[in-house]
Structures are given as structure tokens and as C-alpha cells.
Write a protein that binds this ligand. Structure first.
Ligand code: FES
Ligand code: FES
Length: 159
């Protein structure tokens, strides 16, 4: 059913009038022009489309937009503040935690959700949490190192 859905997107009010079963991924990418959220599998299997909804990591390819009405959505475009990258983004750069970059926004936002829940996750907790985010370039070891860095578990920043 076509209707107007209102939510908060990267700290600002957003409103779209669409089929309410339309997936959030397409609302973000096609309707609102935020292409940092990527389409990978389209079946909730790879994590490329991960965004944060009310502090939880959510697969936007499998989330109908009606489910985010009234909620707070954070995409990769909203993570930096006042022109400064978030500590997780800085750590990904420092550890070269990407190659093609296709998985990266989903990885960073999944890591963000983990660090919201667990300030100093162990290496095992990071690996378990990130297990369902796939990287076809094989950057996983450097991704885990970057998340350790961002959490403050290695020398460097704190998220
Ligand atoms: S595109 Fe959503 S999980 Fe793969
Ligand atoms: S950096 Fe290429 S898919 Fe992860």
C-alpha cells in the first residue's frame, strides 16, 4: 500500500511516499540518493546493506520501509560529525581494512552496532559479531584489527 512514512535519517527528519513494502535499501539508494549503503545479495546474507535502526544493525535489503516508521536510521553518510571521520572509519583507513570497498559501509556500521553494545569486545567477540558480514576481497583480518583499534583494545583511538 502506498503511504507516507516519516523517520529520522542521519539526525534529520525524512519522509517518503512509497509502497510501504518497498525495502529500506531502495528508499535510501534510489529515493533519497544515499548510495553509501550497498546492494550485495538482496537476501540478508552478506551484510553489504547494513544500516543502524534505533541502535541495532539491520539489513536494509530485507527491511520494508514501513518497519522503520518513527525510528532513527543511521547510514554511513551520517557517521562522520562536523567533517571528522568516526573512530571506526579512521581505524579502517589506518589498517587498510578494505580493498574494493564494497562491503565497507556495512562492515563499519556492523562494528558500530557492536561497540554500542560492548565497549571493549574481545577479539573472539568481534569475529563472532562480524561473521555474517562477508568480504569477497578477504580483508577480514584487517577488519578485525581495525575494530580492535577503534574499541581502544589496541593502541590508538576509542569509539
Ligand atoms: S544486500 Fe542485504 S544482506 Fe546482502
Ligand atoms: S573490501 Fe571488497 S568486498 Fe570487502
Amino acid at each position: 500500500m502506498r503511504r507516507t512514512i516519516s523517520f529520522t535519517l542521519n539526525g534529520k527528519p525524512a519522509r517518503v511516499t512509497v509502497d510501504d513494502e518497498r525495502m529500506l535499501l531502495w528508499v535510501l539508494r534510489s529515493d533519497l540518493g544515499l548510495t553509501g549503503t550497498k546492494f550485495g545479495c538482496g537476501a540478508a546474507l552478506c551484510g553489504a546493506c547494513t544500516v543502524i535502526v534505533d541502535k541495532q544493525a539491520v539489513r536494509s535489503c530485507s527491511t520494508p520501509v514501513k518497519d522503520i516508521a518513527g525510528k532513527q536510521v543511521l547510514t554511513i553518510e551520517g557517521l562522520s560529525q562536523e567533517g571528522r571521520l568516526h573512530a571506526i572509519q579512521e581505524a579502517f583507513l589506518k589498517h587498510h581494512a578494505f580493498q574494493c570497498g564494497y562491503c565497507t559501509s556495512g562492515m563499519i556500521l556492523s562494528a558500530y552496532a557492536l561497540l554500542l553494545k560492548t565497549r571493549r569486545p574481545t577479539r573472539d567477540e568481534i569475529i563472532r559479531h562480524m561473521d555474517d558480514n562477508l568480504c569477497r576481497c578477504g580483508s577480514h583480518i584487517r577488519i578485525v584489527e581495525a575494530i580492535q583499534e577503534a574499541s581502544g583494545a589496541r593502541q590508538g583511538g576509542a569509539a
